[in-house]
Design a protein around this ligand. Structure first.
Ligand code: 3SL
Length: 245
C-alpha cells in the first residue's frame, strides 16, 4: 500500500485516480457525516453547489429528507440544519437522507468521487478507516484534506497522520508506506499532538473561527479519536452510506 496525503482537494493529481480515496474534514463535515450515519441517517448525499442540492432534494419526500447547508461556519438561510454534529440526533436524522453542502468538506468528497472506493474520515472514526485499509489493502490510497478555501488546515493533516500512523507496525515501515513528503509530515504532526488534539484544534485557524461562533463543544467532540465504529462509503456518485466494520 502506498499512501499519499494531499492538504486540499486542489492539490490532488487530475490525471489519475487512486484505488481508495479518503476525504477528511475534521472541522466539521466528515465528523458530522460519521455522526449522522451512526444516528441512523439513511445516507448522506454531498453537494458542492447549494442550487444543485435544492433541486435534487426536491425530488425526495419532504418527511424523509434533511437539508444541511453551511457557509463560513453558519447555517445557510432556509436550510434545516447547519453542520454541527450535535444536530444529528437519532430523532432528527434517523431514516432520513441528509442532503449536505458545506464550504470545503463536500468539495473534497466531490473531487475524489471517481476513485474506486471513496471513504469519509474524521478523528472520531479513525479506527474504522484503518481497519478497512488493513482488510482490503488497496495499492494506492489518497487522504485528501479539505482545508479552508484552498489553504492548508492543521486538523485535517493531523487526522491523515493519525490514520497513517496506525498503519505502521514498526516506525521503519514509513519508508514503505509514505507515497509523498506530506505523509511523513502528517505522521510527525500526529506524533507531536496525539495526546493533545483539542489544543491543536484550538490553534487551527478554522478552530478559532468556530470558537468565535461559540462552538466550543463541537471542537471537543471533533477532537476525540475512535469514538464511532462507522465507515462512510460512497455507494453511488456523491451518496455515502454506513458500512459497519
Ligand atoms: O468547510 C466545511 O466543509 C465545513 O466543515 C466548515 S464548518 O466547520 O461547518 O464551519
Amino acid at each position: 500500500m502506498k499512501l499519499f496525503v494531499y492538504h486540499t482537494p486542489e492539490l490532488t493529481p487530475t490525471d489519475t485516480v487512486p484505488d481508495c480515496a479518503i476525504a477528511v474534514d475534521v472541522l466539521r463535515a466528515t465528523t458530522t457525516i460519521v455522526t449522522a450515519l451512526a444516528a441512523g441517517a439513511e445516507a448522506v448525499q454531498a453537494f458542492s453547489d447549494l442550487e444543485k442540492l435544492l433541486q435534487a432534494s426536491e425530488a425526495w419526500p419532504a418527511e424523509r429528507r434533511i437539508r444541511v447547508g453551511e457557509r463560513g461556519g453558519q447555517t445557510v438561510a432556509g436550510f434545516d440544519m447547519g453542520n454541527s454534529p450535535f444536530d444529528c440526533t437519532p430523532e432528527r436524522v434517523g431514516g432520513r437522507r441528509i442532503f449536505m453542502s458545506t464550504t470545503n468538506g463536500t468539495r473534497s468528497l466531490q473531487r475524489v468521487e471517481m476513485a474506486k472506493t471513496v471513504l469519509a474520515a474524521a478523528l472520531i472514526n479513525r479506527q474504522a478507516v484503518v481497519q478497512h485499509l488493513q482488510a482490503h489493502q488497496p495499492n494506492t490510497v489518497w487522504i485528501v484534506g479539505s482545508g479552508w478555501e484552498g489553504s492548508y488546515s492543521l486538523e485535517d493533516t493531523v487526522c491523515a497522520g493519525a490514520i497513517a500512523h496506525s498503519l505502521l507496525s514498526h516506525p521503519e515501515d514509513i519508508n514503505q508506506l509514505a507515497g509523498n513528503d506530506e505523509t511523513v509530515a502528517a505522521i510527525a504532526l500526529y506524533q507531536q499532538y496525539q495526546d493533545n488534539l483539542l489544543s491543536l484544534l484550538h490553534q487551527a485557524s478554522h478552530g478559532k473561527r468556530l470558537l468565535k461562533l461559540d462552538r466550543h463543544e463541537d471542537l471537543k467532540y471533533c477532537a476525540q479519536t475512535d469514538l464511532l465504529d462507522v465507515l462512510p462509503v460512497q455507494r453511488e456518485l456523491g451518496v455515502l452510506v454506513s458500512h459497519r466494520n
